[in-house]
Design a protein around this ligand. Structure first.
Ligand code: UDP
Ligand code: MG
Length: 328
């Protein structure tokens, strides 16, 4: 899926970069993160990879700690920082979308506030952009810093998604570069149940990947407990695949065919032999088995129905409370 950026196109001019950082209760990491990102912007500008008026865009996703006051301070102290405050906690994916749709600039790079993803590879991302790539994926080479549980669940998830026929980039989270036109096209995708990792490959355009090692969180705790990981995985599966629905059909069909044979056998036993079947197991097992399968199938149908329900309501995906530090 990943094509090298086309060499035929003439290099693009130096872009104005916006780095989009969703933050939810990130008071512990924010000062460090802001400092590192500031230093990086200066380096990138000095290397001629982005213009000097490039910006940092922090999105406060309804934090309950000191994240917002800290962001306000940052915007007051630095001319190149903007902060978006959402009206409540909307979740990582929507906070990211709010940032991408609000930030200006020729290229946008999204990255988590805890800087688990190596900021150094942004230079490489920008180089790919100037060579013609519209989307550059950051891909984790090693996840040694994650707990084995996180690593294992993530791995199983990518495997499952591939099995379901989705075009996910393996080990790519939401650390990526998008060109202005890719972001504009993204606006056409109206789904409320957001799974950006699945939507963005569907945009097409020339893509590239850069690799890095994922490190520990700078400070604080993960804002992605198991409950949220499962919700994200379910969104990923149901918004990109109808394979579970098809599996229901096949299971139903198989059981139906089997039951035809069993019926024939029952009739044969009834007609030919005089045996009286005590029939405890043969009655109980199908009831439990079929009951289980039926409930499972209802559950899968319910998942899709629930998604359809939330989609048809067309509710806004995020609500912005205020934006401070807009470019002058
Ligand atoms: N985040 C957010 N809203 C939420 C949960 C998380 O904006 O409701 C942000 C969080 O501040 C961080 C990013 O999403 O910048 C990823 O979260 P985290 O690092 O906790 O996830 P993990 O790396 O453990 O998967
Ligand atoms: Mg993290």
């Amino acid at each position: 899926m990943t094509r090298p950026p086309s060499a035929s196109r003439s290099p693009r001019r130096t872009p104005r970069l916006s780095v989009v950082v969703p933050c939810y209760n990130e008071q512990e990491v924010l000062p460090d993160t802001a400092g590192q990102l500031h230093g990086l912007l200066e380096e990138l500008a000095a290397a001629g990879l982005c213009t000097a008026d490039s910006r940092l865009w922090f999105v406060d996703d309804g934090s309950r700690d000191a994240t917002w006051p800290m962001l306000e301070e940052l915007t007051a102290a630095h001319g190149n920082v903007s902060a978006i405050r959402l009206s409540r906690n909307h979740g990582h994916q929507r906070a990211l979308l709010a940032g991408l749709f609000t930030a200006d600039g020729d290229v946008l790079i999204s990255i988590d506030a805890d800087l688990q993803d190596d900021i150094k590879v942004m230079a490489e991302m920008l180089r790919y952009y100037t060579e013609g790539a519209d989307i550059v994926y950051g891909v984790r080479q090693s996840r040694d810093a994650d707990s084995w549980f996180k690593r294992w669940t993530a791995q199983q998830f990518y495997r499952l998604m591939r099995l379901m026929g989705s075009d996910l980039v393996y080990n790519h989270a939401d650390y990526r570069l998008m060109s202005r036109r890719a972001v504009e096209e993204l606006k056409q995708f109206g789904e409320v149940n957001l799974f950006l990792r699945g939507i963005i490959p569907a945009l097409g355009f020339t893509t590239a990947t850069v690799h890095y090692d994922r490190t520990e969180r700078l400070a604080g705790e993960s804002k992605y407990p198991l409950r949220r990981m499962i919700a994200l995985a379910l969104n990923g599966i149901t918004s990109f695949s109808v394979v579970p629905l098809r599996m229901i059909t096949f299971t139903g069909l198989t059981i139906f065919l089997l039951s035809l044979f069993v019926s024939a056998w029952v009739i044969w036993v009834r007609m030919v032999s005089e045996r009286v079947v005590p029939g405890w197991a043969s009655n109980l097992l199908p009831i439990i088995f079929l009951g289980g399968i039926q409930l499972l199938c209802l559950g899968v149908l319910g998942e899709y129905l629930g998604r359809i329900y939330t989609e048809v309501k067309r509710r806004p995906r995020f609500i912005i409370d205020q934006v401070v530090g807009t470019p002058r």
